[in-house]
Ligand binder design. Structure first.
Ligand code: NDP
Length: 483
């Protein structure tokens, strides 16, 4: 199985390779087979990408917004036309089942391109009456934005960053995770084919150092990272030293609260989606499932029955519901968390081990009687491991849900809508769901508070993060100088 791209990087509308860069491999997580070999960007490659982006952005910013939107809209159509091929590529690179990638990856990227294509021409400033004089504001692009992606949703992350950046007149240099380098290149090629002028969306490959080089370069005005909290801290610090604008989409340990009046089948379904979709490798997952004591046993019974029917296997088979984890190293990390849960006395309800002996598969795992202090309840595992915790009353569960350094997301299941809104209002999370979980339509801003992030992606909120405001004071009378 091969998915070798034409070259490692895409810069200025061209495929670029520099074989003096460190070679790295992309592996199919279901078998460990090498599917592509690429080269990390050398300083010369990074330099070329930033120069071409800087030059191209100057003209792009002068284009009519509606023209910029038209190109993005064409790219959205191309993504949709090629959804199957792109989904197979994403499945090979990430190991996520085709059943998921067909609906959640390139498709979500297309939604973002379409949304921001329409948004572009609606951007306007304010006029501010000041008596005789007046002021007005303009929304200007930052210039060159650096995008740095995680490996769980590679094309979605690239498109969620590229679409608003380009719509509002910026250029982007994007570095995918070295675990999943392929689909951002496919996106770059499609944007180019849709008519995006060369140099506006460039992809450079590499490890953390490539990302770090982008964060400190004076040609970069804004950095948008999707990654873990430790990486977020160092990227934020590096960007801060250069006083660059940032968006940080980081990790989480989100609470999902199920009250005893909830529709239990829906709550079980949501808890499973919130822990097992993409083998649990989703930042906003509701990994601390708080279940009110009166319904805990019924909840666990339904959950165990449904979890035992999850189909693990060949990700390319559309009947497969759960694929492997991204790498052997990550699988070991997740298995270590499972061992820690057992060692700390949590009750294993189902799963708890590796699945098979080929590939990085871990069984869907549920722990009950989890205590707040346990490692599995405090740290982001990023695998298919659900912790179920009991609670008695509303005040107690809100305090416990908020007792974490993270604040990405939260969910509430109840039929009592007053309670739902009251609880959500008190949760320290950037994105909340009521009687739903993990739905992230492009129309809705997405992002975290506390250690989970800075800024928002998607929705109208993205305008704040991919433009800056210029204020213009217009003097309409004589200048009254006191001297
Ligand atoms: P990492 O933080 O390990 O890496 C993210 C990206 O940053 C990678 O491209 C990585 O390069 C790069 N990077 C690493 N170090 C630096 C550095 N010093 N300077 C600049 N760039 C650097 O995250 P993962 O890829 O492991 O992704 C999983 C994490 O992402 C989880 O914590 C998850 O919660 C979070 N995430 C957050 C989302 C959100 O929207 N809030 C969505 C999806 C994931 P490389 O790895 O190639 O070396």
């Amino acid at each position: 199985m091969k998915a070798q791209p034409k070259a490692s990087h895409f810069i200025g509308g061209e495929w670029v390779d520099d074989t003096t860069g460190a070679m790295f491999e992309s592996r199919y997580p279901a078998t460990g087979e090498v599917i592509a070999r690429l080269y990390s960007a050398t300083p010369a490659v990074i330099d070329r990408a930033l120069d071409t982006a800087r030059d191209a952005q100057l003209d792009w910013a002068k284009r009519l917004p509606v023209e910029r939107g038209r190109i993005l809209r064409r790219a959205a159509d191309l993504l949709r036309e090629r959804n199957r091929d792109l989904s197979v590529l994403e499945t090979l690179d990430t190991g996520k089942p085709l059943q998921e990638t067909l609906v959640a990856d390139a498709a979500s990227g297309a939604d973002a391109l379409e949304y921001f294509a329409g948004f572009a021409a609606t951007v306007a400033g304010q006029t501010i009456p000041l008596g005789r004089d007046m002021a007005y504001t303009l929304r200007e692009p930052h210039g060159v934005c650096a995008g740095i992606g995680a490996w769980n949703y590679p094309i979605q992350i690239a498109a969620w960053k590229a679409a608003p950046a380009l719509a509002f007149g910026n250029a982007m240099v994007f570095k995918p995770s070295e675990e999943t380098p392929l689909s951002a290149l496919a996106l770059a090629e499609i944007l180019h084919e849709a008519g995006l002028p060369p140099g506006l969306f460039n992809v450079v490959q590499g490890m953390g150092e490539t990302g770090a080089a982008l964060c400190t370069d004076p040609r970069v005005a804004k950095v948008s990272l999707t990654g873990s909290v430790p990486t977020g801290r160092s990227v934020y610090a590096a960007a801060g030293a250069g006083l660059k604008a940032v968006t940080m989409e980081l990790g989480g340990k989100s609470p999902l609260i199920i009250f005893d009046d909830a529709d239990l089948d829906n709550a079980v379904g949501a808890a499973m989606l919130a822990n097992f979709y993409s083998s649990g490798q989703i930042c906003s997952n509701g990994t601390r499932v708080f279940v009110q004591r009166a319904v805990k046993d019924a909840f666990l019974e339904k959950l165990a029955a449904r979890a035992s029917r999850i189909v693990l296997g060949d990700p390319l088979d559309e009947a497969t519901q759960m694929g492997p984890l991204i790498s052997a190293a990550h699988m070991d990390k997740v298995l270590n968390y499972i061992h820690a849960g057992q060692a700390e006395g949590a009750r294993l309800v189902c799963g708890g081990a590796r699945h098979g002996s080929t590939g990085n598969f871990v069984q869907p795992t549920v722990f009950a009687e989890v205590q707040d202090s346990m490692k599995i309840a405090r740290e982001e595992i990023f695998g298919p491991v659900m912790s179920v915790l009991d609670f008695e009353d509303e005040g107690e569960v809100i305090a416990r849900a908020n007792d974490t350094e993270y604040g990405l997301a939260a969910g509430v299941f109840t039929r009592d809508l007053t309670r739902a809104h009251t609880v959500v209002a008190q949760l320290h999370a950037g994105t909340c769901w009521i009687n739903a979980y993990n739905l992230t339509p492009v129309e809705m801003p997405f992002g975290g508070v506390k250690a989970s992030g800075v800024g928002r992606e998607n929705g109208h909120a993205a305008l704040e993060h991919y433009t800056r405001v210029k204020s213009v004071y217009l003097g309409l009378g004589d200048v009254e100088a006191p001297y």
